[in-house]
Ligand binder design. Structure first.
Ligand SMILES: Nc1ncnc2c1ncn2[C@@H]1O[C@H](COP(=O)(O)OP(=O)(O)OP(=O)(O)O)[C@@H](O)[C@H]1O
Length: 152
């Protein structure tokens, strides 16, 4: 049987989460004042990843190549949607990997720590898994029409 939660407890949890939200906002060095400013910060993140992360540039190159080939081969809408999801998911994971690396470096600096190693290795592993799956999907979707186009 699920124990009943009193209204007082619910109110307490609501108040606490409100206080935490305010505290979180206040502890941030700078807060985006509106939506365009939030987009600007996101664009800055993309610019940072593109200019500093070789792997991110490689993934962008592959994504553009795959899109070009998809349009050239006339992939149908659902295949194009799958290609889009696949290519962007690799970029998203790569961005998160960059964020995790930065947070780990912020927390520990140049010191060695086994947990920092686990965080970075798992994060890199996530990029690898996403990349392998995107290559598999690209091969599955692009090879048949490509072979047809080449008359093989
Ligand atoms: N502070 C640390 N403590 C322990 N091991 C670390 C630490 N920093 C890095 N490492 C190890 O070194 C590896 C490489 O770290 P790095 O920060 O260069 O990540 P990377 O995956 O090479 O970065 P990128 O994604 O930019 O290529 C990590 O995967 C981890 O195994």
């Amino acid at each position: 049987m699920v124990p009943e939660i009193s209204n007082d407890s619910k109110r307490e949890v609501r108040d606490m989460s409100k206080t935490l939200q305010i505290a979180n906002k206040r502890s941030s060095w700078k807060i985006a004042k509106d939506l365009p400013t939030s987009f600007l910060y996101a664009a800055k993140g993309l610019k940072y990843a593109f200019s500093t992360q070789r792997n991110f540039r490689i993934h962008v190159g592959f994504a553009l190549g795959a899109f070009g080939l998809s349009f050239f081969l006339g992939l149908n809408k659902s295949d194009l949607a799958i290609m889009t999801l696949t290519a962007t998911s690799v970029l998203v994971v790569e961005l998160l990997n960059t964020a995790i690396e930065s947070v780990v470096d912020l927390a520990i600096g140049k010191r060695f720590h086994p947990l920092a190693q686990i965080a970075k290795d798992c994060s890199a592993g996530a990029v690898l898994v996403a990349s392998i799956s995107s290559v598999l999907i690209a091969v599955l979707l692009l090879f048949p029409p490509l072979l047809k186009q080449l008359g093989v």
